[in-house]
Design a protein around this ligand. Sequence first.
Ligand SMILES: Cc1cc2nc3c(=O)[nH]c(=O)nc-3n(C[C@H](O)[C@H](O)[C@H](O)COP(=O)(O)O)c2cc1C
Length: 170
Amino acid sequence: MRQADFDTTDLRRAFGTFLTGVTVVTTRDESGAPCGMTANSFTSVSLDPPLVLVCIGNGSSNITAFEATDRFAVNILGHDQTDVATVFSARGVDRFATIVHEEATTGAPILTDCLGWFDCRLHQRVIAGDHLILIGYVEDLQIGQRPPLGFCRGRFVNLDATVSPGMPAK
Ligand SMILES: Cc1cc2nc3c(=O)[nH]c(=O)nc-3n(C[C@H](O)[C@H](O)[C@H](O)COP(=O)(O)O)c2cc1C
């Protein structure tokens, strides 16, 4: 096998140059308590069937809940929610204590003030290196209008700016 001439720090920095949105992926643990974490690994996968994915690190304190769950929600954060992203990536705090949330159709927690969300049944679970890929079948969604929160090179990015036309709207 070819010996890589980069190390994990280079790889992490290279991954970090790819601009993403920011989500909080949520589920319930075995006791029914809400749990979740900030994740920028969210990707849309398929329109028909409607599929999305998110990657959960093996070292996450939530890994047991995500390994066992058959439902999860992906909450897309708005440009004004850096505080929510910070809370849901901090260790040793009660992440849901200060964040208003409700229950989606599947029972997964939805963050009430987020930009939009996907409520998912588990479609497939894939072990990939040091992450668990959860592929979800979208059962319900909410579409938001305000600008999204971005993330690039380890920093939050405010995307509240005029953008040029991309894909034609259908
Ligand atoms: C912007 C941002 C994006 C993140 N994306 C992911 C991700 O996609 N997958 C992941 O496992 N952790 C991700 N993390 C790290 C987790 O949010 C969390 O900090 C880490 O898993 C430690 O907390 P935990 O052990 O309770 O999960 C991200 C953190 C930040 C701030």
